[in-house]
Design a protein around this ligand. Sequence first.
Ligand code: 5MM
Length: 341
Amino acid sequence: MASLNAIAQRLVEPGKGILAADESEPTIAKRFAAIGLPSTEQLRRDYREMLFRARDAMREHISGVILTEETLLQHAADGTAFRALLADCDVIPGIKVDRGAFPMPGSDGEKITEGLDGLRPRLVHYASLGAGFAKWRGVITISSTTPTRNGIRANAHALARYAMLCQEAGIVPVVEPEVLADGEPGDHSIARCEEVTAETLETVFKELRLAGVDLSGMLLKPNMVLAGTRCAEKPAVEEVARRTVDTLLGHVPAAVPGIAFLSGGQSDEEATAHLSAMNAIGGLPWRLTFSYGRALQNAALVLWKGRAENLKRAQDAFAHRVRMNALASLGQWQPDLDVAA
Ligand code: 5MM
C-alpha cells in the first residue's frame, strides 16, 4: 500500500488537480433541474461518464476524482466500471464520506456535518474498493451572529475525527472547512472572510494535532479569502491572492503537502485567475492546486443537456476548463488564453 504521503503528493503533482464530482443527490438534482433534467440514476451515470471519458484532459491534468458512493460502484453504459475508466487515466478515486451539513443544535443558522457514526467500517470498505482518498466538508456561515466559536469548534472536531479514521484505514483525508461566500446574507467584506477563515484554520489544525493526524498524509481543501457574493465591493484578483496566501501562511503548517481549493460559487474564470495569481507569488511551503466542482463543470453541464449529440462539445468545454486550471496550478494562466480558446 502506498504511504499516505505518497498518495497526497500524487494528488498535488505539478500541473494536476482534483475534480470534485461528489454532488450529493439533492445537489445534483438542483444542477440537473437548472438544465431541465430530472435526476435519475441513468442521467447521473451518463453525465459523470461524459466527464470521465474526456480522456486526454483527465489523463494529463486530473490526479483524483471525488466520487459519491453511487459513482464509486457505478458502471459506464458499456459495462466498464467507472473505477476502471479512472485507472486507465491514472486517476486516483476518492470518496465523499460525510452525510451532509445539518442545522447545528442550539445555533441560529449554523450547520454541523454529520456522518461519523459507522465511518470506520465504511472506510475499510471504500479502501477495499480502491479509494485512495476521502473528503469531508464542514460549512462555516458568516452573518451578523455567526460563526460562533462553538460552531467552528464542532466542525473542526468532526473534521479531525474523520481525518484520523481515514488515516487508520490507509486513506488520505482531504479536510474541507468551507467558509461560505455564497451563504446568507452573503454581503460580508473580504476582511471579515479573512478573519473567519483564519480562526477556522487555526481551530482545524489544533483539532487535527490533538487527534494525532499525520499532517504529511492529508490535504487541505479550503475556501479562498473572498468577499461575500452579495458584497458591494469586489476585490481585485491580486488582493484575493495575497490575502488568501497570507492567511494560509499564518495558519497552515508546512508539513501539509498540498492545498486544493474549492471554487465556492466563483465564476469559472475567477476561480482560475485567483489560483494562478496565488501560484505566481511563489516560494510557498505547500503545492496549491484546484479541487473544483462547479468551476470545472458549469460550462460542460449547460452544453450537455442530457443529449448524446452534445457529448463532444460538453467534453471539450470540460477539457478546456481543466487545462486552464492546470496552467493556473503552475501560475501560468493568462486571461487571453481563455479568450483565444
Ligand atoms: C461537488 O460538490 C461537493 C458536494 O457538495 P454537496 O454535498 O453539498 O452536494 C462539494 O463538497 C464540493 O466538493 C466542494 O464544495 C467544492 O465544490 P465547488 O463547486 O465549490 O468547487
